[in-house]
Design a protein around this ligand. Structure first.
Ligand SMILES: *Cc1c(COP(=O)(O)O)cnc(C)c1O
Length: 398
């Protein structure tokens, strides 16, 4: 299959598009135009590669997980996005977009953040390039992720608490869009996942595809063949689409996306968009969206703030309908087990988000044999999550 590409209006099959107020159409079209120019410009590519190498620390290793492989009976490699500067893959995208903002002559950056990782990555690149940075964050998330709030403020960013609705990510995105409409001339909005209106799903995917491009080269060098399967967690869908995209044409490679199963699917306390069959429009894009019986956006739950969102990136919806990628979920409890196992087998504390991909591998290892080869993406490191994990364990394991 050819790699999926959106049409000029950003449609991935039936999904995606530009469902935004009239006032945002022009800036989004302008962003699309400038991005497409930049993508072809060797100078832009060179500059991005320079900062990814010298500042972010790319390429990240593809590490052969010896003990995990022995325990699970198949050969497993870990793509180490946790080793990126600031501790997660998010900075691949923030770096790309800040260079674009510079090219557009914008001096002010806004962003939304849930767990705070995208806010930290964006505050970091703003400090590097001396740009003003405003990050919108739900008040509930600010309390849950106080450490990341402190990091952003130390980096010189202004963190604005959002106090409407559930006071989490969805509301923070609304506030960021509202800010953007009123400051369109001076401001670029660095959206943090492969979500929202065109061109973001395509552009964020392109910036994150460095993950899959590196991994593909690295596995061919290490093993002389392509992997049997590649596995990543799916929040908005950026680390997963970044890993998947360079493998879409390799039909023999299974691509597995792991969503947040929360307390399990039955009670509705989860963020597994593909476990339900409902399509809707949320924050600029048409895609699978968790909804109640009246079509209202459902409340979501996950132990991991980065996976706790009602919609999924539109390209994933297309890949799922085409059957090219498979989507599954693991529960909070299985994710915590994934965190413990990877920590103890490999000396790597994965983010709670990434722990979902690890947990899927543990729960499904019987699907693979010794001759198989699997890449699991470790999208971020777990230091940010240790307080929350300690509390979870106190409550649930006595
Ligand atoms: C934000 C985040 C995610 C989820 O976002 P995607 O866009 O789905 O990648 C996953 N892992 C980590 C470490 C994150 O910070």
């Amino acid at each position: 299959m050819k790699p999926t590409q959106p049409d000029s209006q950003g449609h991935f099959g039936d999904y995606g598009g530009m469902f935004v107020p009239e006032t945002l159409m022009e800036p989004l079209n302008e962003l699309t135009r400038i991005y497409k120019e930049a993508r072809k410009d060797p100078e832009f590519k060179k500059e991005l590669q320079y900062y990814l190498r010298e500042y972010v620390g790319r390429p990240t290793p593809l590490y052969f997980a010896e003990r995990m492989s022995a325990e699970l009976g198949t050969k497993i490699y870990l793509k180490r996005e946790d080793l990126c500067h600031t501790g997660a893959h998010k900075i691949n995208n923030s770096m790309g977009q800040i260079l674009l903002a510079k090219r557009m002559g914008k001096k002010r950056i806004i962003a939304e953040t849930g767990a705070g990782q995208h806010g930290v990555a964006t505050a970091t690149v703003c400090a590097m390039f001396g740009m003003e940075c405003v990050v919108y964050m739900g008040k509930v998330d600010m309390e849950r992720q106080a450490l990341n709030v402190f990091r952003m403020e130390s980096l010189g960013a202004k963190v604005v608490p959002v106090t409407v609705g559930q006071q989490t990510l969805k509301e923070a995105v609304n506030e960021a869009m509202r800010d953007w409409v009123t400051h369109i001339r001076s401001t670029h909005y660095i959206l943090g996942s492969a979500l929202g209106s065109h061109p973001y799903p395509m552009m964020v995917r392109d910036f994150q595809s460095v993950i899959g491009t590196e991994a593909r080269k690295q596995i061919l060098k290490a093993e002389g063949r392509l992997p049997t399967a590649i596995v990543a967690c799916v929040g908005g869908g950026s680390n997963s689409i970044g890993l998947f995209h360079p493998f879409i044409k390799d039909e023999g490679v299974r691509m597995i996306g792991v969503e947040a199963g929360g307390f399990g699917i039955e009670g509705g306390m989860h963020a597994a968009r593909f476990a339900q069959d409902k399509i809707g429009i949320l924050q600029g894009t048409k895609t699978y969206v968790l909804q109640d019986d009246d079509g209202q956006i459902a409340l979501t739950h996950s132990i991991s703030a980065g996976l706790d969102y009602a919609a999924v990136g539109p390209e994933h919806s297309l890949l799922r309908d085409l059957g090219r990628a498979e989507y599954s979920y693991v529960t909070d409890e299985q994710a915590v087990n994934g965190f413990d196992k990877l920590s103890q087998w490999e000396g790597i504390l994965p983010a709670l988000e990434s722990s979902h991909a690890i947990a899927w591998m543990i729960e499904n290892s019987a699907q693979f044999t010794e001759s198989d080869l699997v890449i699991v993406n470790v999208s971020g490191r777990g230091d940010k999550d240790v307080m929350q994990l300690a509390e979870w364990k106190r409550k649930n394991q006595g």
